[in-house]
Design a protein around this ligand. Structure first.
Ligand code: CP
Length: 294
């Protein structure tokens, strides 16, 4: 059976820790396993800067042959289906696909492929590579995941990052809670708490973007009002524990989830998350290539 990474349930806890350790080894200068005989295609049906280009750089660093599929000039525009597009790339000789798509669980439509998939995110479903790079960043800072107190703040309902991180961090023994306006609540996930009541006791403050593109009929709200209730202000930042960290998967709405001057504050690891993302994606590519004996 193909070993894909399309959701966190595809990975055991041991596999997650192995990926984190491999990501950190690569970051610390260990040489990757080079494979110039493998073709990988990146298919991004939703916009992306970080995920798309960090996969692309990771692929080049592994010596892979990279096909950047362009949705705007592809035969998708003649009505070709996702399955036929992927089957075509497989038939042309691609060995591995990296896919981002707006449809939740789009990968269920691709079960008849004979090549593995790494998901770059499915709608509001999951974002496994973001979750893994977040766990790598948390582990790099604290040296442990178990027992940490994590607060995820923002548009929980529409966030694939919230879902993957809640599932995986909880599985690894962290205490994950949420803070959000009622319209962004997802009661299938964990406890919702008041941001200001827990700010001084949390280890990780993970801010999430307000995802206007996933709202049915855009939700009107004032940026100032959102920032006042759910954004990271200097007042809240100063209440964080000395060793606590601030995270955000980005892109950031500056002045909404976090004020401008805190984006690169000492306790903010937002740009470190992006750096770690490239190494984690190298580790994921190595794993999928090795597990599928490509
Ligand atoms: N964090 C993240 O997924 O960013 P992009 O949408 O730019 O890939």
């Amino acid at each position: 059976m193909l070993k894909n990474i399309v959701k966190m349930d595809n990975l055991t806890n041991d596999e997650v820790y192995s990926l984190v350790k491999r990501g950190l080894e690569l970051k610390n200068g260990e040489k990757p396993i080079l494979r110039n005989d493998i073709y990988v295609a990146n298919l991004f049906f939703e916009n992306s800067t970080r995920t798309k280009h960090s996969f692309e750089i990771a692929e080049h660093k592994l010596g892979l042959n990279v096909i950047n599929f362009e949705t705007s000039t592809s035969s998708i525009n003649k009505g070709e289906s996702l399955y036929d597009t992927c089957k075509t790339l497989e038939s042309l000789g691609c060995n591995l696909l990296v896919i981002r798509h707006s449809e939740n669980e789009y990968y269920n439509r691709l079960k008849n492929l004979s090549i593995p998939i790494i998901s770059g995110g499915d709608g509001s479903g999951e974002h496994p590579s973001q979750c893994l790079l977040d766990i790598m960043t948390i582990y790099e800072h604290f040296g442990i995941i178990e027992g940490l107190s994590v607060l995820i703040v923002g548009d929980i309902k529409n966030s694939r990052v919230a879902r993957s991180n809640y599932n995986m961090l909880t599985r690894l023994g962290a205490n994950v809670r949420f803070s959000c306006p009622d319209i962004f609540r997802d009661d299938t996930l964990g406890e919702v708490v008041d941001f200001d009541e827990v700010i001084d006791e949390i280890d990780v403050c993970m801010l999430l973007r307000v995802q206007h593109e996933r709202h049915e009929g855009d939700i009107e709200f004032s940026k100032e009002e959102y920032n006042k209730n759910y954004g990271l202000s200097v007042e809240r930042y100063n209440k964080l524990k000395e060793n606590a960290i601030v995270m955000h998967p980005a892109p950031i709405n500056r002045g909404v989830e976090i004020i401008d001057e805190l984006v690169e504050a000492e306790q903010s690891l937002i740009f470190k998350q992006m750096t770690n993302g490239m190494y984690m994606r190298q580790a994921m590519l190595e794993k999928v290539i090795s597990d599928n004996k490509l």
